[in-house]
Design a protein around this ligand. Structure first.
Ligand SMILES: *Cc1c(COP(=O)(O)O)cnc(C)c1O
Length: 384
């Protein structure tokens, strides 16, 4: 995508000056760096960033500037991107399914850690990845396991993760083959409940058995602020991770790693979409929808951190009522889930400013039906 160089004080400042007819994504580098520092100072281990949540170069550069040195990558393209922008970064290739050619490329790019959740995939890694890197350090293989733990917005265990028994077998093979043995899990995205991490860390202790883990990767899944009412309990989750790890592993505790995507970037961006039309019977048509920057909403729901602004940037203050909100394409599925409450005096040409739009938005947006071309602008403050 790429952000324009100019820096606006806040989204309203830009909307008032330009009255844009395309959707606009606003990034606050200050908010992004502050969130990175919140993880760096609060999480009891290495903080890496899951690139897929938002692979924009400005995002990656700001994270590096804030002190993030490790990146969770899932494809050759993401590996090449991070290597080019941040040459010294530690790369953790945590997509547990890889073609042989992808593994060869990862080895050439000096990937530090690989995840695995199946015998057949571990066979490939053992065949193609040297247990020691050029620097002499051991290459890490982290066995990804899953538990039937609720709490997240959707279930990541449905696709990846070995059950406890298989995870123990894989971990043993990893150690036998001379790699640094690690465990990893992902509790599911937008997970609000610290108890999910506790359950996973207890399971990690059972799986490790007599093997001394080099590291334990506690995944992504950390929540962002999707609703006014729920401030993400990041510090409570960090505290639970630290306390449970110390309790169950004692003096042999492995070093910890986390790989937030959503919680790192979501609240550093806002989206402004314009009201194209209002139907007499109530439905609202926006210039962006589920094939654009709202791509993730059908699986996670519509946030309530939104406000309506007149083209002059003044907040609409009429009483709120639930409205059907459609995107711009001709597809009838192109509708925001639920019926967001919007002010009664909402008018054509107004803007909806939606906070918390930095993760899984621009990264997934398509140009379906000729829509979805958002502009990108930097702001000092998101005006949240
Ligand atoms: C997507 C993903 C993440 C990031 O998840 P969030 O819920 O966005 O924090 C971390 N690790 C892995 C392996 C992933 O696939």
């Amino acid at each position: 995508m790429g952000f324009a160089d100019s820096l606006w004080s806040d989204p309203v400042d830009y909307l008032r000056a330009h009255q844009p007819e395309d959707p606009v994504l606003f990034l606050s580098p200050a908010a992004l760096q502050a969130q990175a520092r919140r993880f760096l100072s609060g999480f009891p281990g290495l903080v890496t960033y899951a690139v897929k949540a938002n692979p924009d170069e400005t995002i990656l550069a700001n994270l590096a500037a804030a002190g993030i040195t490790g990146f969770d990558v899932a494809s050759p393209e993401e590996i090449a991107l991070v290597r080019r922008l941040i040459p010294g970064a530690a790369l953790h290739y945590n997509n547990p399914v890889r073609a042989r050619a992808e593994i060869a490329l990862a080895v050439a790019q000096d990937v530090a850690s690989y995840s695995v959740d199946a015998q057949s995939e571990l066979d490939k890694l053992i065949a193609l990845v040297p247990p020691r890197r050029a620097s002499g350090t051991q290459t890490e293989i982290a066995v990804r396991f899953k538990l039937p733990v609720p709490g997240a917005a959707y279930d990541f265990g449905a696709k990846f993760g070995a059950d406890e028994g298989l995870a123990a077998t894989l971990l043993d093979r990893v150690a036998q083959a001379g790699f640094a043995p690690a465990l990893t899990f992902h509790p599911g995205t937008q997970c609000q409940d610290p108890a999910a991490w506790e359950a996973y860390i207890r399971a990690a202790r059972r799986i490790a058995g007599p093997i001394r883990l080099s590291r334990l990767n506690t995944g992504g899944g950390f929540p962002s602020r999707r609703h006014h009412a729920d401030a993400p309990p990041l510090e409570a989750i960090f505290a639970t991770i630290a306390r449970t790890t110390a309790e169950v592993f004692g003096p042999d505790a492995p070093a910890l790693v986390c790989e937030p995507g959503r919680a790192m970037v979501a609240d550093a961006m806002a989206l402004a979409a314009q009201v194209k039309a209002l139907r007499d019977d109530g439905p609202v048509f926006l210039n962006d929808g589920i094939y654009g920057a709202f791509a993730e909403l059908p699986s996670i729901g519509t946030p309530d951190r939104l406000c309506a602004l007149s083209p002059e940037g003044l907040p609409r203050t009429g009483p709120a009522r639930p409205r059907v909100v459609f995107g711009p394409t001709c597809d009838s599925l192109d509708r925001l889930p639920g019926e967001p409450a919007l002010p009664e005096d909402l008018a054509e040409g107004d803007y909806l400013l939606v906070q918390g739009m930095g993760a899984y938005s621009a990264a997934i947006a398509t140009r379906f039906n000729g829509f979805g071309a958002a502009r990108h602008h930097l702001v000092l403050d998101l005006g949240a």
